[in-house]
Design a binder for this molecule. Structure first.
Ligand SMILES: C[S@@+](CC[C@H](N)C(=O)[O-])C[C@H]1O[C@@H](n2cnc3c(N)ncnc32)[C@H](O)[C@@H]1O
Length: 250
């Protein structure tokens, strides 16, 4: 039995393709230029396809953002479903007003809040990464996803895009659920975030923050909030602590 010549079945390489295109170009200098343009177009096509695949896979998206901006991501992977579910368990879905999630990432906690019964129209997610905000908007089309900085919360809450009540006034923020990596965020930005959050949280509202620091006070106490409860969640990498805070009772 004769073996096939492998060269006869192998797909043409770039050089062969370029030569073919050059011949089709009718001679002169147009052929090689056309070939280079065609090769570039196919590289661009492959790059776009890879970008699309990455943007559709939450894990790869998280990793890409971690490499691009490690301090803003502050974790090697997204929160575990258990941590997300425990965070959501502190939210009263029947309370009036908005639930505002800070640092939505790939949407693990957003999904847990919806599963808890928070109406998507009453849920606002603020995310500073454009790629993650786009991913969240695709994944949760009914949720208000804001591509913005948590430090700008008071300004964002005044913007026309912010959910409003029947009278047209911005809805009160009854609960803030923060997945922000406060410990790795530079101090001046962190301080602006803390004051912004405390400023928009309505009287009687509740703020939830998870942290990998298992001891010590919550950083939100520096903005005048007081601790009401805390819970350890070991089923997370690394284990985490949930702090529940609110305004000082008057
Ligand atoms: C550790 S990840 C948490 C993601 C998700 N909540 C979770 O638990 O898996 C932190 C997220 O906060 C976002 N983030 C960091 N600084 C922010 C800021 N100033 N404003 C809004 N989002 C921010 C990051 O882009 C990232 O998506």
């Amino acid at each position: 039995m004769r073996l096939k010549n492998p060269r006869a079945t192998r797909p043409p390489g770039l050089r062969t393709l370029a030569a073919r295109l050059a011949r089709q170009g009718g001679g002169g200098n147009a052929g090689p230029a056309l070939a280079v343009r065609a090769a570039r177009a196919s590289v661009d096509r492959v790059r776009r396809a890879m970008d699309l695949a990455v943007s559709r896979s939450p894990q790869s998206l998280f990793l890409r953002e971690l490499v691009a901006q490690p301090a803003a991501m502050g974790a090697l992977c997204a929160s575990s479903p258990r941590l997300a579910q425990r965070m959501a368990s502190w939210v009263d879905p029947a309370a009036p007003g908005l639930v505002v999630e800070l640092g939505g990432g790939t949407g693990v906690i957003t999904a847990a809040l919806l599963a808890r019964g928070v109406a998507p129209q009453r849920l606002v997610v603020v995310e500073q990464s454009a790629a993650l905000a786009a991913h969240l908007a695709r994944r949760f089309p009914q949720v208000h996803v804001v591509h913005g900085d948590a430090a700008e919360l008071p300004r964002l809450a005044e913007s026309p895009a912010w959910p409003r009540g029947e009278g047209g006034a911005p809805l009160a923020v009854r609960c803030i659920v923060s997945g922000l990596p406060l410990l790795s965020i530079p101090l001046p930005v962190r301080q602006r975030i803390l004051h912004a959050g405390a400023q928009v949280l309505a009287p009687g509202g509740r703020l939830l923050q998870f942290t990998y620091a298992m001891r010590g006070p919550s950083l939100w106490q520096a903005a005048g909030l007081v601790g009401q409860a805390r819970e350890r969640v070991l089923a997370n990498l690394p284990p985490a602590r949930i702090d529940v805070l609110g305004h000082q009772a008057r």
